[in-house]
Write a protein that binds this ligand. Structure first.
Ligand SMILES: *[C@@H]1O[C@H](CO)[C@@H](O)[C@H](O)[C@H]1NC(C)=O
Ligand SMILES: *[C@@H]1O[C@H](CO)[C@@H](O)[C@H](O)[C@H]1NC(C)=O
Length: 378
């Protein structure tokens, strides 16, 4: 496929790209990274191989939204602290801004740095000797969308675009003794996708201290837990879970000690896959808005007052459809069989047995038709 010349060209470009990437970060210009609700990482040049001596790198983390802070923490940190190799974190877009941390050269994964506004500048400097492996840092930014979910149940409407729910006060730590409840609803006959993109929850072996639980449905029913989460900044990609109907109940509880940084949960409604209905809910309040669309769609649901009804509707409709289709197939088969037998009988007109059977229904039908007629005339 590739000629030799193309191969050389391709590898050359790739090499140049990587060189330029390092130069961009570490030769005076700043590499800007947009922080979002999905955690991302950046590393020192050449990581996990050693960084170069005399490095001077700048990364500007930007949440993209005024007032929305950026959170940063180290996954791995191998700097030569004896020499002057260290990271400096600024609370703003330039080195003039106030320091969040000066001479960060080792860190436990528990240390988290948060900017007070949308920008955080990260600077890395190494001296002329004794370099080391370097570092990998994770950054994330999410608006606190917990609303009043920790005082009463709070309703959220899912759409076909991803939206995010965070712990109260995110990225600040959550409160002790929390008991929060959010109900996520999509259009009727839809399902929801739920992904916990980031979590930092006190990790008791079986989530007995603090826990984020997502129920498949509107209520905390037994055995309907879709997700039970109490992990501490996992690095593995988050899994997506799909509900069976258009509701997910999110419960977050915390005990009296050890408040951590909470969670970011992504929710999205899957497109409604019905044949006839055109249900696109763009309204705000979920349970109220889903009721009118449910009743106007006239697809086998009676008054959709509670969710359990809509949940039952899907298998019920399915069963009805299969049952109906099966019935039609049987009827058509019988009709064809009768037609076939009749045709066969006409061909073999010499057979007495068939002849004697066939005229009988015709006669009885005739009799039946005549019976009432004569009666009505009398
Ligand atoms: C840093 O200095 C300490 C004490 O002087 C020494 O024990 C350690 O090995 C040094 N570390 C490195 C990475 O040079
Ligand atoms: C929902 O999740 C399922 C399973 O992970 C995935 O196949 C599907 O594409 C997701 N839907 C959307 C709208 O992303």
């Amino acid at each position: 496929m590739f000629g030799n010349r193309e191969m050389v060209w391709f590898v050359g470009i790739l090499f140049l790209d990587n060189i330029l990437k390092v130069l961009c970060q570490c030769s005076g210009s700043t590499l800007t990274l947009t922080a979002s609700e999905i955690p991302a990482k950046f590393t020192s040049p050449n990581y996990p191989s050693n960084y170069a001596d005399n490095s001077a790198c700048l990364w500007l983390l930007d949440s993209g939204v005024a007032g929305q802070p950026v959170m940063l923490y180290g996954d791995d940190m191998f700097l030569n602290c004896n020499n002057s190799d260290f990271i400096t974190i600024y609370d703003g877009p330039t080195q003039i801004n106030s320091l969040i941390k000066l001479n960060l050269c080792t860190t436990a994964p528990t240390l988290v740095y948060i900017s007070s506004d949308r920008y955080m500048l990260v600077e890395f400097n190494s001296d002329p000797s004794n370099n080391a492996q370097g570092f990998e840092l994770t950054y994330i930014s999410a608006a606190d969308t917990s609303a009043t979910g920790c005082t009463a149940e709070y309703a959220l409407t899912a759409t076909t675009s991803p939206q995010y729910l965070t712990s109260a006060g995110f990225p600040a730590t959550y409160s002790s003794g929390s008991s929060c409840r959010w109900l996520i609803s999509g259009a009727s006959l839809s399902t929801l996708n739920i992904t916990i993109t980031w979590s930092d929850i006190e990790n008791g072996g079986s989530c007995e201290f603090d826990a984020l639980t997502v129920y498949d449905g509107q209520y905390m029913c037994e055995n309907s837990e879709l997700i039970i989460e109490c992990s501490t900044r996992e690095t593995a990609p988050a899994s997506t879970y799909t509900t069976t109907a258009n509701h997910a109940l999110v419960i977050f509880t915390s005990d009296a000690s050890l408040d951590k940084y909470g969670f970011v949960l992504e929710y999205q409604q899957n497109p409604v896959v019905t044949t006839s209905t055109t249900s696109t809910t763009t309204t705000t309040s979920t349970t109220v808005s889903s009721t009118p669309t449910g009743t106007t769609s006239s697809s086998g649901q009676q008054s959709s007052s509670t969710d359990t009804e809509t949940q039952v509707d899907i298998p019920l409709l399915f069963a009805c459809a299969i049952g109906g289709a099966g019935f039609v197939v049987i009827i058509v088969t019988i009709l064809h069989a009768v037609k076939f037998l009749k045709a066969k009988k006409l061909k073999k007109s010499g057979m007495i047995k068939v002849q004697t059977i066939a005229p009988l229904p015709a006669r009885t039908a005739f009799d039946r038709r005549q019976g009432p007629n004569t009666l009505s005339f009398v």
